[in-house]
Ligand binder design. Sequence first.
Ligand code: SF4
Length: 69
Amino acid sequence: MQTTFTAEQLKDPATARSNEILRTCVHCGFCTATCPTYQVLGDELDSPRGRIYLIKDMLENGRPADWPA
Ligand code: SF4
């Protein structure tokens, strides 16, 4: 997965490690077959890949998670 952390953000070891982990997702989609929430809801945002996007956005932009309306 492409990330857009700044050089300043990557100076933080925890952020640098998060960046490494986020970049290991290759968008293969294999996780949907075994993800319970995806099986029930049928929405990719409720799959591991969707949660990875959520965490990436939180870390890159320094903001809390969105909550359903
Ligand atoms: S999180 Fe899902 S889409 Fe990303 S690499 Fe793992 S199995 Fe593939």
